[in-house]
Design a protein around this ligand. Sequence first.
Ligand code: FAD
Length: 381
Amino acid sequence: MDFDTSRLFAIKRLNNFIEENLVKYSKLRNFDFGPDNRSNISCLSPYVSHGIISEIEIINQSLKKFSFVKNEKFIQEVLWRIYWKGWLELRPNVWLDYLEDLKKLKENFKNNQNYLNAINGKTNIECFNYWVNELKNHNYLHNHTRMWFASIWIFTLDLPWQLGAEFFMRHLFDGDSASNTLGWRWVAGLQTKGKNYVASEWNIKKFSNNRFKNIKLNENPIPVVDNKSYSILNNSFLNANLSKSQDLLIFENNLSFEQSDFNNQSFKNIYFVFNGNETRQIKLDEKVINFKRSLISNQIKDLNNKSLNCKMINIQDIKDMKESFLGFYPSIGENLDYINSNNIKNIFFLYRKIDQYSWKYCSKGFFNFKNYIPKIVQEFI
Ligand SMILES: Cc1cc2nc3c(=O)[nH]c(=O)nc-3n(C[C@H](O)[C@H](O)[C@H](O)COP(=O)(O)OP(=O)(O)OC[C@H]3O[C@@H](n4cnc5c(N)ncnc54)[C@H](O)[C@@H]3O)c2cc1C
């Protein structure tokens, strides 16, 4: 399984998946056949999470092949990402509390043998050790495996979910503050309070296609409890006024300028912002950093070929920008944290239309959000 960093590669992967495998997606998507056989799922998340291709493009292409009804499961999965993002945008303190907890836990667990065995793939659970190595080698895990992994981490290895979420962020090419943090909270039983996800031997055996057996797990755990409650922010995510003579910043979540809602506007300069490990609270594996850098470089190459004036800058350079400037909204996560913690006030955000439209439906659970999916699809496709 490889993840080339060009948009062309991502488009080919999308088209190939739709032509060859989408038809069986809802039947086969839960099977993890191993890293050498990923045709039952799209493996597009490293591209969608960086905005190399968009949810609208994916849904659009899939609807050229199959009707909405035949495609419903896939469309729902594609829109989970927007839902998780919106959910977190409405409750930014969930992210801030996570980082606070993480700081303390990292200190407390730095010499904990149970934790060190887990991150080094040296537990007595064979499948777990295999996934640790798979994650480190391929920087990707199947969705069902992420659920099993997180469940074993929390309920059998008895480790804090926050450290597991950090471990995923460090190694995943698609590492995303909303999908990852909330995915881990969901497994722990904090998203739907009291409802945890419990990995079981029969389920792993069946959906790993019998690759793993004889797995001794805690199959009757109680959900993680947390007494914090989060009120919903009243934010309408309105765009800043556009002006031709302003610079535009593009962060790692929205890298394709050409696919953006603002591709017809002219900007003074377009700057792609690179955020390296010096400025991140969660330090990323070198391969993940290189993946991001290479995605950015390829976008710049594509735009330069079309005579658009753009270049890469480091996130620290923003502090020296004196005039006011625009930025594609980076979403809750390390880039926005940098802007806020450095008190950068001269940046004004532009939001994606689909986020502005969909995030208002993210105050409750996904089952509620699902009711609005036909409306969202009708509006944007
Ligand atoms: C504990 C845990 C942590 C996770 N961390 C991340 C993360 O950091 N980044 C990330 O992108 N996803 C994360 N996910 C969600 C999901 O596992 C991946 O998006 C998915 O496995 C990507 O593989 P794919 O592209 O082949 O998915 P497909 O099954 O082919 O789905 C198509 C697209 O739909 C979206 N999607 C599918 N399932 C989900 C989901 N549950 N949540 C959000 N979007 C989804 C993705 O953009 C994906 O590319 C996490 C899930 C769990 C349970």
